[in-house]
Design a protein around this ligand. Sequence first.
Ligand code: BGC
Length: 781
Amino acid sequence: MMKYNYGTDQNKNWIIAENKFSPDTLAKVESIMYLGNGYMGVRSATEEAYIDEDRMTVINGTFNRFNNTEVTELPNIADVTNIEFYIDNERFTIGNGSTNSFVRYLNLRTAELIRKISFVTSTKKMVEFEFRRFVSLDNLHVIATKVEIQTDENVIIKMKSGIDGQQTNNGVQHFDEGEKRVFDQKYLELCQHTTESDIDIVIHSAHKFYKCTQEFTPNLKMEIKRRQIFMNYRFEVEKDNPIHLEKISSFHTSIDSDISGDSLVGLKTESLSRFKEIESLGYDTLFMAHKNKWLKDVWNRYNVQLESEEDFDVLAIRFALYHLIAMTPRHDDRMGVAAKGLSGQGYKGHSFWDTEVFILPFFTFFAPEIARSLLMYRYHGLRGARQKAIDNNYQGAMYPWEMARPEDGETTPVWGAVDIITGEQTKIWSGFIEQHISSDIAFAVHQFLNATGQQDFIDKFGYEIIFETAKFWLSRLEWNKADGRYEINDVVGPDEYTEHADNNAFTNYMAHLNIMIARDGMEKLQRENQELYEELNERLKLSKLRNEITKKIDKIYLPEPNEDGVIPQDDKYLTYDNLDLSVYKQSEAVGILFDDYNLDQVNKMQVTKQADVVLLLLLLEQTRYYQEEITAQLKQVNMDYYEPRTTHDSSLSLSTHAIIASDLKDVDAAYNFFKRASEIDLGPYMHSSDEGIHAASIGGIMQMVLFGFAGVRLKGNLLTINPNLPDKWKYLEFTIYYQGQPINIEMDKELLTVKPINQEQISIKVNEKNYKIDNATTIKY
Ligand code: BGC
């Protein structure tokens, strides 16, 4: 059972807890309480193993492809979290004895996982365990565990702990057998080498034992097996004389940017010497540094303060911030954010449009340097995107729907869930024809420039992304002679329940937008930076691109609203039958529609998986091109039309609906969408996050706060603020970055205060009124 109000006093609304151990729902807790620092992610499996656990450690960027019939994935690296205890020769496992009390919780503020158990053995001895664990934000390579054991009678404890490389990705083993060794009867070392991508990983672990504060050395037996290395310790715990033990471990890889050597020997030597230093510091010192980093670099920096009548709302926002930090690589721009962060094997560690449309906007406004690094990942990805375009007979850069290593190109698996009618696996078309990802990335680059003003990024990297994606679209357009227009046929739009759609409005408008941004970027370059223009012209053939744009841009088919004001999702959607979705909408589980229908049938219904046209309106409105067109009326009509037809089976859906509902001043509906979105991972449903948390939904939580309730939005490059606080919210404060300057924004139900911290003048628009401010300015709204 999850408990969301476990924290009190200074921990109020900082704790997510489970207060009854449930062996059937281990996976959810492992995911939502996982520990990560952008470099690595470790699912929060308990120390002792259980049958349904899904133990996992991954390191960002270490992708490996098992063979040609499988796609590349983030391998499950050797585990250091498993520790088995035997109490008087009886294995410690909840179920073997009885449990007086149990709690497992994640403290979001300090990013520490804690578990306390009062356990009674079959011979009625009471043993109290307290486990603590963290993955350091201060030293990204480090994970540490501390265990305290206290008993009411003397017991003999046997403990088996080490480094276990027998982990797999659902049965797939990604590593060759590597060297294993113990140094000084203390430092364990295990090496792994990925079978295809040629990456070395070196893992170290060491244990320390204390009685009171006195270190002691238990009886020890070392054990080496295939892909495993263990220490077997034996010691006595005397009645009322607690002992505590620490296990410190580190992970280093040959792709780490902070490792100097390029040979395995060098990696081993450097990482071992670093490890000895780290290990000597001990849990408490390492934890202090980690905790201070979270306080300073996360909680103080992002400074999101909410006063709400609902404590859960405060927790939900902190939960989102916690996970955004845990999942996002800040240390290396060759890496992206995966759809499940670093929290589970779902989606294999791949990055989707989830990053650009749902996660990046948070970083663009709150931590532009991280947004820039994520966009660099896409810049490096131009290699794979160009190859994908060539493979499909197009030009420019066609970004993969799922991206792993930047050079990989497309990594979407081809076969998916079972078809209820035929019993065969359903083909996943996204990797072939879900193409809007290319314009989503171009849009994100454009938005990044508008928000940050970082022209140097655009000059060095952004233009290339924009021009190359525009080239792709221009080569992708299909001429319809009869209607005298360019079309984009046979695609999957955001609504993945409609496959092989012709002229999906989202895809067409976003492609057109991509081309407009390229056209205007080229003009600006020519005007302002002739030298760079010449250089890019030479390399990217801009003159040719310009001719193509001139020839085609005004003839691209952009589906207009029909007589009722509804923008047709695609050519056929509005002609299909409706389906009563009420039973499906009430279900906690997603995709249950497919227990009754197969995809071919759903394809021909007015059923939408997730925000599609509604999302389009949200994105277009943020550009200067669509200021006039996206009216409240257009939003209302399309929301009213599409929302009842939307199952929200994708976690990417609710946040967009919350923002549009906020725009329409339907604050109750917006708040309701917010609640439901927050409950995707944090709610009572115990299987929603088995394969990992929902990264885009978590990014969406912050978008609902920023774009929706605070009403902060870019329109072109103008900062607009139209607050729509829900009834239960009394006060909201945060600090965003706009044009390089931190801007503190505070609001209650009546007053909005905007404070440019560096006192540089900015233009803002609040509820249709323009202001120029360079100091804290309070506006009654
Ligand atoms: C959604 C996609 C999303 C993917 C990864 C799918 O279920 O339909 O839009 O990119 O999940 O989160």
